[in-house]
Design a protein around this ligand. Structure first.
Ligand code: XMP
Length: 321
């Protein structure tokens, strides 16, 4: 069934929120639902909608998959506490790293993340809590890209003919599925989420897996996590849609203190876009690029080379994996 888009200019946030609260509460009834909060705009918005609709009948979890950016739970959990939403942190790092071991193919990596989230981690949470529903922040762009066969987005099932109840043992509710990212930001603001959340750059569900080419290991995640923190702090004033650091698997020869070095390469991407369907590389100044290269190669000793991607989407995609 084709999903009917609600264009951002046609979205009336208050009305939409009222309707969705009504819908969620009538679907869930007297049952329990869970929400997996990652701190991204979509999952934060869905968690607030669920909280307003269900109160204590919603259990919110932050899954620490070991693949998130620096200090994620420390920033997100207190922000939700301020809004009256209790978030429980679930440590699932080992499960994700085991599932990703030895996999280099991008779509297989995405599938490993999906199965670990939905079958293993959420499946267990649903069984333990007795919940029947999972609330999730799928948006129309996620569906489009998956259906078009560009990328298997981690959170799309029905459109691929997968019945979540049969595959994982619970039903999925997707209140944001008719919207694009800019529409979700409007809602998030209306719902009273703090600006650092509603204006956050997008961050994909499979997290830093999408930014490591080749096998994902804890050591590689650590390198790309540090590079991500540097890129985000240096580019936050650009107004770009999204910016990221990508770790390449092959190493290159470098020189440090007059001696040969053999280290990793980080690729920086910074995108101008409205809704992620098409994107252009931001025209960053050379000074900014040089500062990024300097900081990355001095603060991360295993990196000897930094590049900037100058390709548009298409033919590139925004994430590398
Ligand atoms: P691509 O790389 O497909 O990314 O050009 C377009 C936008 O989608 C985000 N993205 C994802 N978001 N689950 C998500 O929730 C995913 O599996 C996923 N893959 C890509 C990406 O960060 C960009 O904003």
């Amino acid at each position: 069934m084709k999903i009917k888009e609600i264009k951002t200019e046609d979205l009336h946030p208050e009305e939409f929120i009222r309707e969705k609260i009504q819908e969620i509460s009538s679907v869930v009834g007297s049952d329990l639902a869970i929400s997996a909060l990652s701190g991204g705009v979509d999952s934060s918005t869905v968690t607030m909608l669920g909280h307003k609709a269900l109160g204590d009948k919603l259990k919110t979890y932050f899954i620490d998959n070991g693949l998130m950016r620096q200090n994620e739970p420390q920033q997100i959990v207190p922000a939700f506490k301020n809004l009256g939403v209790r978030v429980e942190i679930v440590n699932a790092q080992e499960k994700f790293f085991n599932a990703l071991k030895d996999i280099t193919n991008p779509e297989e990596k995405r599938e490993a993340v999906t199965q670990t989230f939905y079958k293993d981690v959420f499946g267990q949470l649903v069984r333990e809590s007795g919940a029947k529903y999972l609330l999730q922040g799928t948006i129309l762009t996620d569906v489009d890209e998956t259906v078009a066969g560009i990328k298997r987005q981690h959170n799309v099932f029905e459109q691929l003919g997968i019945n979540p109840e049969e595959a994982f043992g619970y039903k999925i509710i997707e209140p944001l599925i008719q919207l694009r990212k800019d529409g979700v930001r409007k809602l998030a603001q209306t719902l009273g989420l703090p600006e650092f959340i509603y204006n956050r750059i997008p961050f994909p569900g499979p997290a830093l897996v999408t930014r490591i080419i080749g096998e994902v290991t804890p050591e590689k995640v650590e390198i790309v996590r540090k590079a991500t923190a540097i890129v985000e702090s240096e580019l936050s004033n650009t107004n770009a849609f999204q910016y990221m650091a990508i770790l390449h698997p092959d190493r290159v020869t470098g020189v440090r203190d007059g001696k040969r070095d053999y280290g990793f390469q980080i690729e920086i991407r910074c995108w101008d876009s409205i809704d992620a369907r098409e994107a252009e590389p931001t025209r960053l100044s050379h000074d900014t690029l040089e500062k990024l290269a300097y900081r990355i190669t001095t603060e991360i000793s295993s990196v000897v080379s930094v590049t900037y991607n100058i390709t548009s989407k298409p033919p590139s995609t925004m994430e590398a994996v």
